[in-house]
Design a protein around this ligand. Structure first.
Ligand code: PLP
Ligand code: COI
Length: 415
């Protein structure tokens, strides 16, 4: 496997460009592979036991390269570890296939109106990936290596970055144990790959977002999950472990069969406290009532059961700094509190900011009984606070607001 890999990284790759977008029907794209394969990916591997790794890959410090992701065993002859997109060969006994020792990330690259291509906060994903590596004993990828790999993938696949407002190039960094092993223990060899695909809207609702205004996005409906949990205290729900996702398939499939877009997960112990919605974080807005303004609330991360979303962090930062009438709280949200909220939304790299139309909460006591909370805004589709946050976030991504762009310049990496 190592020999095959070292050959492949030497494959000639063209000089990266900032090519114009390809002539494709971008508006028809959903959050899928859209029947196409991008031409290039990044591929690297290391050998060595993860027990020797220092789980500090924060970059900058001398500890950052100790994990060996600079590929000492097979130094690349090519300038980068970019290779044509291809299948990866794996031993059937590899730890990823048998024990699920793997993580993934999700990052978007956008094309701005001036054709500049930018990546949104990749260093936050690098940091989260490093924390995930520490949790499942994968040698951490130095942040600088992670970010550079993402940038290279975007440069080499530039013509697959959709036109402004027509979606994004979605990057999928994956890192996993690729050595053969039978004993239940970490791998002795790891593979790091970044592949990508252009994507449109995450949720299949009747209309798509095409600009920095959210008014064109249809709200989604959520059903609180009863009988299935996503995460528990002491588990891995707080990191992007590959094993977190398949256990949710059955719940999601049943939720969709019942006519909802997504499941809303609650805590595993009491089944009363909101955690997150499918693969996105969750917010509500509760007006003060007696005076202008209100409170934007999202569940806290301290239990380690909720993924620390980059979008979540961006929304919290923007709401605190840019919306003075709004109080921002990271605290547990009881299902009963939904009755006080006037807006609810899901957020994530894939999901962007998606307004929630209604939430159905099945009773835990009486079979067939449920409480319905409604957030529909009629023709306007989303509430004011959701709309403002969406606009600010996308203005920063697409460079549409010079003041915000300058203030949050470190969120944007121009490739
Ligand atoms: N929660 C889960 C379980 C996810 O998989 C994701 C997606 O990455 C999110 C939340 C949102 O995180 P982010 O905003 O970093 O994409
Ligand atoms: C993302 O939003 O980037 C995700 O990874 C969520 C999902 C597609 C798994």
């Amino acid at each position: 496997f190592l020999a095959a890999l070292s050959l492949s990284v030497n494959a000639a790759a063209p000089t990266p460009t900032h090519a114009e977008p390809k002539n494709l029907d971008w508006s028809s794209f959903g959050f899928s592979l859209n029947n196409l394969k991008t031409p290039y990916m990044y591929l690297d591997q290391i050998t060595g036991s993860s027990s020797h790794a220092t789980f500090d890959g924060s970059g900058g410090g001398s500890g950052s390269l100790k994990s060996g992701w600079h590929n000492t065993k097979n130094p690349p002859l090519a300038r980068t570890l970019i290779t044509p997109h291809k299948a990866i060969e794996l031993e059937p006994s590899s730890t990823i296939l048998n024990y699920g020792q793997g993580l993934f990330e999700g990052i978007k690259a956008f094309r701005r109106p001036n054709n500049e291509i930018v990546i949104f906060r990749p260093s936050k994903n690098a940091e989260r990936c490093r924390r995930g590596c520490a949790r499942i004993l994968i040698p951490p990828i130095p942040d600088a290596t992670f970010v550079e790999a993402c940038s290279e993938v975007v440069r080499y696949n530039a013509e697959f970055v959709p036109p402004t407002g027509k979606g994004a190039l979605y990057l999928r960094p994956i890192v996993f144990g690729s050595a053969p092993k039978l004993g239940v223990a970490p791998s002795d060899e790891y593979t790091f790959c970044v592949w990508c695909s252009p994507v449109g809207n995450y949720f299949k609702t009747e209309s798509n977002a095409t600009g920095t205004l959210l008014s064109s996005v249809s709200p989604i409906t959520l059903l609180v999950s009863r009988g299935y949990t996503r995460s528990c205290i002491g588990g891995v729900g707080g990191v992007k472990a590959v094993g977190n996702y398949a256990p949710v398939f059955k719940c999601q499939s049943e939720t969709k069969e019942k006519g909802f877009n997504e499941a809303l997960f609650v805590d595993a112990k009491e089944g009363q406290w909101i955690e997150e919605a499918g693969a996105s974080n969750f917010f509500v807005y509760i007006p003060h009532g007696d005076r202008p303004g209100g409170t934007l609330v999202t569940p806290p991360l301290n239990n380690g059961t909720i993924l620390a979303g980059v979008t979540r962090d961006s929304i919290l930062t923007l709401a605190r700094a840019e919306l003075p009438d709004i109080t921002v709280e990271e605290r547990p949200i009881n299902l009963n509190e939904l009755g006080k909220a006037t807006e609810a939304f899901c957020c994530g790299t894939g999901a962007s900011i998606t307004p929630v139309g209604d939430i159905h909460v099945p009773s835990t006591e009486t079979e067939g009984e449920e409480t319905i909370y409604n957030f529909w805004k009629g023709e306007r589709r989303a509430g004011d606070v959701t709309e403002k946050l969406y606009k600010m976030l996308h203005d920063i991504m697409w460079g549409e607001d010079k003041k915000l762009e300058k203030k949050y310049a470190d969120w944007i990496l121009v490739v």
